[in-house]
Design a binder for this molecule. Structure first.
Ligand SMILES: Cc1cc2nc3c(=O)[nH]c(=O)nc-3n(C[C@H](O)[C@H](O)[C@H](O)COP(=O)(O)OP(=O)(O)OC[C@H]3O[C@@H](n4cnc5c(N)ncnc54)[C@H](O)[C@@H]3O)c2cc1C
Length: 458
């Protein structure tokens, strides 16, 4: 089948033209990998990287692909192996712990392993009011790597997409640029109006199901941040309807607040930020209305069934990504698999089904397990005695040197996305985990003077 497709011209060869729509992590990494692999096998390609945000130099949402900005050390190391080194100007590596906040107390969870460490990054040039940009934008950094490999930046929005009679994709830009390609790779994320046009192409693509989230940036200054939030990422597990997960992440002079759940709106964000748990870890002078920047991007909650067709690939968020966490890691995995499939196995639907789909299937399958893991956390979050048991278990593990970090490890991996959800759920279902959790819950029901005080945050 694959060989037949190659005879039909559904392959990349000398001078083939490739369009990548979107220079977020998925688009730039795809461009980087494809050009790097093509260089190694001596196949010169023309690759256009279409991106309306240009080089991500404008502060605020106009130059930023909105996100919490947490990446695992494993991803940083994987990128280094690929030749993409992220300096301390791009990734802030000082975050050494999570502080878990609930209405029954707080507990600190220290980094379990070196490779499970996390880093924080800015996707764009920084929040709207940034004056002294000490950081380099992550998306700019990846894009620069792709351009250095020979990609050409087309700094405009794709507004039209159609297919020539021979099936080749034709793109039209806002600035009037129009070009026909051999392969079109959509990496437009889940906030783009172009998704509707991609659906209308009649190639079997249906955009992912999404929900709205919120991100706010607050300027507090480094001195205040180290005094209050310290070097921890603060995670809130509160019994608030529609709120799944919220975090406050220190980044230099700023704190990024990310709120995930079911169709988040401003009222819910304000209610969350006004909660005593948030107030306790922010400085007393902090005012929630004094934000530097805010956006309400979508997040994918259901992967695309068929992220490919003859001459078309859908990578990153607009194809298949990880549920709630590690979207940048999933962009890396799908971009690399897509580049390898297109260059070495052809650009037919059949080639993509055999060589690209397995990676997407693995991520989507793990997400299904992830939904169960989140459901279990939701149950634990919904009952005060279970929240207390969870916190008690974490506190005991963190206090006793050499204790197995059963609950701490599960929570760390749930928050950071450092491990597959299947692995996390398997650990949650182990008898030793469940027994300890039951015991901790019983102990937490004991009169308070007989239980050790919970760790205070930060
Ligand atoms: C609240 C929130 C918090 C998150 N936190 C994290 C986190 O901490 N860690 C993590 O790993 N992931 C996180 N994610 C997920 C992460 O943001 C995404 O998985 C990641 O950005 C996906 O990369 P992408 O390249 O597929 O899409 P995007 O980053 O969305 O990039 C898409 C690009 O396409 C461009 N584009 C769109 N339309 C067009 C068009 N018509 N023409 C040309 N270009 C176009 C856009 O300008 C953009 O540059 C979070 C997401 C949300 C919503």
């Amino acid at each position: 089948m694959e060989r037949a497709a190659r005879r039909d011209g559904l392959e990349l060869g000398d001078g083939s033209r490739v369009a990548v729509i979107g220079a977020g992590p998925a688009g730039s990494l795809f461009a980087y990998f494809l050009l790097e692999m093509a260089g190694r096998v001596d196949v010169p390609l023309e690759l256009d990287l279409w991106e309306p945000k240009g080089t991500f130099a404008t502060p605020g949402p106009a130059g930023c692909n909105m996100c919490g900005g947490i990446v695992s050390e494993t991803l940083v190391q994987n990128l280094a192996v690929e030749g993409i080194n992220l300096s301390s100007k791009v990734v802030q590596r000082g975050i050494d712990s999570y502080v878990l906040h609930t209405d029954v107390g707080s507990a600190r969870i220290a980094t379990p392993l070196q490779e499970a460490r996390i880093g924080a990054l800015h996707r764009g040039a920084g929040p709207k009011d940034v004056k002294d940009p000490r950081w380099e934008s992550f998306d700019h950094h990846l894009q620069a790597r792709a351009l250095a490999r020979g990609a050409r930046l087309v700094a405009t929005r794709v507004e039209e997409i159609a297919r020539e009679p021979d099936g080749r994709p034709r793109l039209g830009g806002k600035d009037g640029t129009a070009r026909t390609y051999d392969l079109c790779v959509a990496a437009v994320g889940v906030n783009s109006p172009l998704l509707r046009q991609l659906e209308a192409l009649g190639i079997g693509y249906a955009k992912p199901r999404v929900t709205r989230t919120a991100i706010r940036e607050y300027h507090l200054g480094q001195e205040v941040i180290s005094r209050t939030l310290g070097s921890s990422m603060h995670v809130f597990l509160l019994d608030v309807p529609r709120l799944e997960f919220a975090a406050a992440i220190p980044k230099g002079d700023y704190v990024t607040v990310a709120v995930l759940g079911e169709d988040i709106d401003n009222e819910l964000v304000d209610r969350f930020l006004a909660s005593p748990e948030v107030r306790r870890c922010m400085p007393p002078e902090w005012r929630l209305e004094q934000r530097s920047c805010q956006c309400m991007p979508n997040i994918s909650v259901q992967a695309v069934e068929k992220p490919f067709a003859d001459r078309f690939l859908f990578i990153g968020d607009c194809g298949v990504t990880r549920l709630y966490k590690d979207g940048i890691g999933a962009a890396y995995r799908t971009a690399k698999a897509a580049a390898r499939a297109a260059l070495f196995h052809g650009i037919s639907e059949e080639a993509f089904r055999r060589r690209f789909q397995p990676v997407c299937r693995a991520i989507a399958g793990d997400n299904r397990v992830g939904k169960l893991a989140f459901q279990a956390t939701r149950v634990a979050r919904g009952f005060r005695f279970l929240r207390a048991g969870m916190l008690r278990m974490v506190t005991d593990e963190q206090r006793r040197p050499g204790a197995r970090p059963r609950m701490s490890g599960v929570l760390w991996d749930m928050f950071s996305g450092s491990a597959p959800y299947a692995d996390i759920l398997a650990r949650m279902l182990r008898p030793a985990f469940l027994g300890r959790f039951l015991w901790s819950t019983l102990l937490s029901l004991w009169p308070r003077r007989r239980t050790p005080a919970l760790t205070e945050a930060p």
